[in-house]
Design a protein around this ligand. Structure first.
Ligand SMILES: [Zn+2]
Ligand SMILES: [Zn+2]
Length: 280
């Protein structure tokens, strides 16, 4: 987004009536599963004003960039949804944070139990000593979902993130990602790094995570009782065996150990399996 684009968006938010209109639309959008948008009179009733002329003026100024009109219904544009989503995350009240959730799984780096902990918009999965996964989670999930629903949703989100990263798109801003093998990492010495060229976020995947969608890999798991697309990514760490760099990279090799059987796999870090050796 350009500087003038940012100024224009902030300018739209700086008026109380316009902010109230956006907040009413965002509240409906984020709380009702079948949100259709709001009519002029519904919006007018939701905003604290008696001056319909003034209200109409501000509503018109929002049209196009942050609000769109479909028939008689006003809705947030895609940009409006993203803007309010980020605002909610950065202003979320910490007193309603969920406690740490135990995951019935031990840390892949030590023997402690894994927990999921929510803080300031990010969900971290770790043992207290090691952070295994960190992911942006919309604050409304914390309030509106049961623990099981919440973990199912996080698992799905994490798989979508991994798929986007492998495809070269930033899961946070949809910008293009760079790509590099690093072998000096902590806590996992061998990881692929994907720096976002748009928002600057440094995304990382372990080599095993780059081939979730490969049919041969999925079949290897399935034949041993694990459906990859139904299993939370953090439950798969136990199946990741040794990892090594091939000829200085960027290809890597690794073992997958499932139900006592070991497969040896070579990958390129961009979603392709270069070789797969099944156990006899
Ligand atoms: Zn640990
Ligand atoms: Zn990005």
């Amino acid at each position: 987004m350009s500087r003038t684009g940012i100024d224009a968006a902030l300018g739209l938010l700086s008026n109380e009536t316009r902010f109230d209109i956006l907040r009413a639309l965002a509240t409906q959008r984020f709380t009702a599963t079948d949100a259709t948008g709001m009519t002029f009179s519904e919006l007018f009733a939701a905003v604290d004003t008696d001056d319909s002329g003034n209200f109409n003026y501000h509503l018109k100024r929002l049209l196009g960039r942050l609000v769109t009109k479909d028939g008689e219904y006003y809705q947030l544009t895609h940009g409006g949804v993203q803007l309010f989503s980020s605002l909610q995350a950065t202003t979320y009240a910490p007193d309603s944070e969920r406690e740490s959730l135990p995951l019935d799984q031990s840390c892949p780096l030590c023997t402690r139990d894994l927990k999921a902990t929510y803080e300031e918009g990010f969900l971290a999965i770790g043992c207290g000593e090691h952070v295994i996964v960190e992911i942006y989670v919309h604050p409304s999930w914390i309030e509106s979902l049961s623990t099981d629903e919440f973990l199912d949703r996080v698992s799905l989100l994490l798989r979508h993130h991994i798929e986007k990263i492998v495809d070269g798109f930033c899961p946070l801003c949809h910008g293009p990602l760079g790509y590099e093998l690093r072998s000096d990492d902590d806590p996992y010495p061998i990881q692929y790094h994907y720096p976002c060229q748009q928002c600057g976020t440094e995304l990382r995947l372990r080599p095993q995570q780059t081939v979730f969608r490969d049919a041969t890999v999925a079949a290897f798991y399935r034949e041993r009782g694990i459906e990859l697309h139904e299993t939370p990514p953090w439950e798969l760490y136990d199946t990741y065996g040794e990892t090594w760099v091939i000829d200085g990279g960027p290809q890597t090799g690794f073992e997958l150990v499932v139900a006592g059987d070991t497969a040896r796999v070579t990958v390129d870090g961009q979603g392709a399996v270069r070789s797969f050796e099944q156990p006899e």
